[in-house]
Write a protein that binds this ligand. Sequence first.
Ligand SMILES: Nc1ncnc2c1ncn2[C@@H]1O[C@H](COP(=O)(O)OP(=O)(O)OP(=O)(O)O)[C@@H](O)[C@H]1O
Length: 133
Amino acid sequence: MASKDKRQVEKNHSFIQSVAHALNGLRVMLISERNFRTHLISAALVLGCAFLLGASINDYLWLLIAIFMVLVAETVNSLVERIVDLLVGNHYNELAKQAKDIAAGGVLLTALSAALIGMLVLVPLLIKLMPWR
Ligand SMILES: Nc1ncnc2c1ncn2[C@@H]1O[C@H](COP(=O)(O)OP(=O)(O)OP(=O)(O)O)[C@@H](O)[C@H]1O
């Protein structure tokens, strides 16, 4: 139950309403952010590989931390984009550019560290399966 009044501007009245609005935020991310969808698909592929390679609970823990780090960074990036757009609209502004580029840089950092974590977890599992071992 999001809100009966679609134009609600006052505080949420219940925990359920807060969760409903948070879920709506994730729905907006899914619908409007292509990179968020790409990260979700990559995450599903990595978890699928981990399953096929017989990953341990510890391996899944590292992978899940890496995956959620990227997803959270992507939501913060989208949040910054929207706030900047609200403030400056379609006008070029050097601080707006810096704010958006810095937020995107944060996503890049998390994506690079997630790729590193993914390799550190999956490559040893792959090597274990090699016939010459
Ligand atoms: N108002 C602005 N003033 C100056 N530069 C801007 C402005 N809006 C966007 N930019 C530049 O254009 C880039 C892309 O803009 P924006 O982040 O809105 O697009 P996007 O496609 O949603 O990005 P992403 O790929 O991170 O989702 C920004 O990183 C920034 O460099």
